[in-house]
Write a protein that binds this ligand. Structure first.
Ligand SMILES: Nc1ncnc2c1ncn2[C@@H]1O[C@H](COP(=O)(O)OP(=O)(O)OP(=O)(O)O)[C@@H](O)[C@H]1O
Ligand SMILES: Nc1ncnc2c1ncn2[C@@H]1O[C@H](COP(=O)(O)OP(=O)(O)OP(=O)(O)O)[C@@H](O)[C@H]1O
Ligand SMILES: [Mg+2]
Ligand SMILES: [Mg+2]
Lengths: 256, 256
């Protein structure tokens, strides 16, 4: 039974891609078969693993718009047990194109259903919006992983995101849960960051992962080498945090 | 003749709202009549100026969808000469709703045309996407102000943004220019940040503002007090940078 998680938060720049890529890499390193699906036209997850979005013969765009089977777009990465369904710039037009298509919210779910048994984990990196691409991800996922930047403005959007998850649960995916909130870019010296963590913890309780991902320059550098932090700087603060997060996710999933 | 600028970049979390709010505040402090239009459903610009997005009787949603005149939604702020056209959460549905409406790309331009003479500057804060809301902003603007975070992943999206600007210029707004790129969250100690600045400058030349906005915790704190940096921490590194940026924008506009 594979675990399917969407990395979603309409607030931009909170660490969705960084979390998706690095969590996927550590889960694969710990023996799990992992598929990372890039559902963002920016294709940051694709380039973070060393691929050029402009060179992709086929991408998640074709999967959503022309029902191309996922195996036809999936790429093997340099990391064993970690596969990628890359994005492309065409995906920028997909939101508008999807509006007119039948079963527009179910297209990703159908594509994943065909290959689900091949993977222990499927992570979907979402764009910073609550449009049809994110709705497709929420409809096909069992749980939502929510990166929350330790900043005031990042707090504001959480209620909107919760409303959207609630709507998807009611009309499209009754089993959808919040798998957990991940506090990112934590700077322990900043009082604001401490307040944001306290506020999120008081609101969401134990749905907030214990792991606090610190602000770490190495995490920003790794994508420029097309490498996850695991192979770029595993003993950096960012590397250790994402390894710990992977262990927390695995521990929680074992219990289920 | 008022200057109409869109703050646009589909990459999330690069400082669009922070730049829109603080540039608007300094331009107003220097004697200009300024309107800030919040076109993002997250309503971060709205809350950064002390308003509650859930309490707004009318917002840019009504302006776009039901042709409500802008003066009916404009709020006076605590800063003299600085007005706000607030957003609301309803805007999240606007992208899909706009698809079916006539003149869907021109609706903001028409609304601005009616009140343009009342302001010296109109700044439009865009969401992190290249959908119909951003297209409306690009169609109504004379120029685009592009905040660029000093991170590797922020570089990746610039060519896509330039393509979109080119498309809008060809089919919707022939006079649209790139007014300038603003480097944000600059950390001088990080080699990566220096490399990103050098790369952007070599690519865009003097379209890159000289002002480098440093990473400054005060800029993240100010929105939690509903204040621009000008009234929260004017002598902070962030405050001084945005004041300098306002002077640079004014100097460049005088020349035109
Ligand atoms: N813990 C961290 N420490 C330092 N830099 C980080 C950290 N996490 C992410 N970054 C950097 O911050 C920027 C934003 O992160 P990322 O792109 O992962 O966010 P996102 O939510 O996926 O953004 P978008 O909304 O555009 O999809 C990136 O340049 C990334 O390299
Ligand atoms: N120079 C800076 N130094 C420190 N923090 C900053 C700086 N500029 C912006 N921030 C903080 O970084 C976060 C992202 O900035 P902001 O929300 O302005 O970006 P944005 O591009 O508008 O994001 P979105 O794509 O979600 O609309 C915010 O929490 C903001 O307070
Ligand atoms: Mg991303
Ligand atoms: Mg913003």
């Amino acid at each position: 039974m594979s675990h399917i998680y969407a990395l979603a938060n309409q607030k931009g720049g909170v660490g969705k891609t960084t979390t998706a890529v690095n969590l996927a890499a550590y889960l694969a390193a710990k023996g799990k078969r992992v598929l990372l699906i890039d559902l963002d036209a920016q294709a940051n997850a694709t380039s973070s693993l060393g691929f050029d979005k402009n060179q992709m013969a086929a991408s998640t765009y074709e999967v959503l718009i022309s029902n191309t089977p996922l195996p036809e777009v999936i790429q093997l990465t340099r990391r064993i047990r970690l596969d990628l369904a890359p994005s492309s710039t065409q995906l920028a037009g997909a939101e508008v194109e999807l509006v007119a298509l039948p079963e527009r919210e179910w297209r990703l779910k159908k594509a994943i259903a065909a290959i689900e048994l091949n993977y222990d984990y499927i992570l979907v990196d979402c764009p910073p919006s609550l449009g049809l691409l994110t709705v497709n991800a929420l409809t096909s996922a069992q749980g939502v992983l929510i990166p929350v930047q330790c900043e005031y403005l990042a707090l504001e959007g959480l209620s909107q995101l919760m409303n959207t998850i609630q709507l998807v649960r009611k009309s499209l995916n009754p089993g959808l849960i919040v798998r957990g909130l991940i506090m990112t870019m934590y700077d322990g010296r900043a009082k604001l960051a401490q307040q944001v963590v306290a506020e999120v913890r008081s609101h969401f309780g134990d749905r907030v992962f214990t792991t606090l991902v610190p602000r770490s320059i190495r995490l920003g550098e790794a994508p420029s080498y097309g490498e996850p932090i695991l192979s770029y700087a595993p003993s950096s603060a960012g590397g250790l945090a994402y390894e710990q997060l992977a262990e927390e996710v695995l521990a929680g999933d074992r219990v289920d």
